[in-house]
Write a protein that binds this ligand. Structure first.
Ligand SMILES: C[C@](O)(CO)[C@H](O)COP(=O)(O)OP(=O)(O)OC[C@H]1O[C@@H](n2ccc(N)nc2=O)[C@H](O)[C@@H]1O
Ligand SMILES: Nc1ncnc2c1ncn2[C@@H]1O[C@H](COP(=O)(O)OP(=O)(O)OP(=O)(O)O)[C@@H](O)[C@H]1O
Length: 282
């Protein structure tokens, strides 16, 4: 019986992001193409018999009770009546508030790990449904395949975009997702596409302009990156990315990055590194 496990908690990119409308509950209908990247937090889990959920590596500025990791484990206990607990250690590498989904990914990795260690045998679909209660981006990390997502981000049509080498830049600012979605100037009427009609040369990120207007550092990062390759923001920012023809060209560009920004080179993955790791265990 498996008692402990260490797993990656990868980031995602929104290769495009359209806002199609606003629902009565204030959430937005979106269309987006999600791809995972091989740049991850690392999470270790060990079963406890006393029922407690213990995150032993707190994140500065995030109370453990508000941490999506603790919330995910407790929600799973509540949904299943499971009496077991869990010790969790987190090595944080993903920039927070960067639009690469770190918190959502941590929640998804926690749900997947506890499902295994507590021998709950919930399906991916059941875990994704529980995950949606924690955030719109959690289901995709449980789904684990690059996908064209619709609805609030939970209806999936899987796709296989090229697994490019990306340079991802964090412009050094945090962008609040709520601030973007409540901004009066956010365009909310992009016509819906059929997934089969997706043409990557004709799509963009509907949140990008208002984030550039409110956070000039994001615009600066986009303008720096576009000297090398077409650049785009992921999610509601603040990270921006561009595809490079080789890892060495991406690393050469990274060496010239202005000191106000940080960045990393990674590769797109159409199967999440989390799912690749779990497959190796099973
Ligand atoms: C923009 C994306 O990153 C694209 O991948 C996600 O849709 C955001 O997902 P997330 O961070 O998991 O978002 P949540 O934690 O569920 O929601 C944060 C806030 O964003 C807004 N929100 C989020 C998702 C959505 N489809 N419509 C929204 O209007 C809501 O104001 C919500 O209160
Ligand atoms: N485990 C966690 N990791 C990171 N942030 C967390 C976590 N738990 C709660 N949070 C809160 O969530 C906020 C957003 O963090 P996150 O890194 O998920 O942003 P993001 O990449 O912009 O997310 P998204 O793309 O889903 O909007 C943080 O500022 C923090 O307050």
């Amino acid at each position: 019986m498996l008692n402990s496990i260490t797993l990656p908690s990868p980031a995602k990119l929104n290769l495009f992001l359209h806002v199609n409308g606003r629902l009565a509950n204030g959430y937005h209908e979106l269309q987006t193409l999600f791809q995972f990247i091989d740049y991850s937090d690392e999470m270790s889990f060990a079963v406890r018999d006393d029922g407690n959920v213990c995150l032993n590596t707190p994140i500065d500025g995030v109370a453990n009770n508000d941490n999506l990791i603790v919330k995910a484990a407790r929600l799973l206990q509540q949904k299943t009546g499971c009496q077991k607990g869990i010790d969790i250690e987190l090595v944080k590498r993903l920039p927070m508030g960067g639009g690469i989904g770190g918190g959502s990914s941590n929640a998804a990795t926690t749900l997947m790990a506890c499902n295994l260690l507590w021998a709950l045998n919930l399906s991916i679909e059941a875990l994704a449904k529980i995950g949606l209660e924690l955030g719109a981006d959690v289901p995709i990390f449980i789904h684990g395949k690059a996908t064209f997502a619709e609805g609030v981000g939970e209806k999936f049509t899987d796709m296989e975009p090229p697994e490019c080498t990306y340079l991802v830049i964090h412009p050094g600012v945090h962008v609040g997702t709520v601030d973007v979605f409540t901004h009066q100037d956010l365009p909310r009427d992009t016509p819906k596409l059929a997934p089969t009609d997706l043409d990557m040369t004709k799509v963009g990120n509907d949140c990008q302009q208002i984030v550039c207007d409110t956070h000039p550092q994001v615009e600066k990062a986009l303008n720096w990156l576009v000297e090398y390759a077409p650049s785009r923001m992921t999610g509601t920012g603040s990270c921006v990315f561009a595809a490079f023809d080789s890892a060495s060209h991406a690393h050469q560009a990274l060496l010239r990055l202005p000191s106000s920004m940080t960045g990393f080179v990674c590769k797109g993955c159409n199967i999440s590194p989390l799912h690749q790791a779990i497959k190796c265990i099973k």
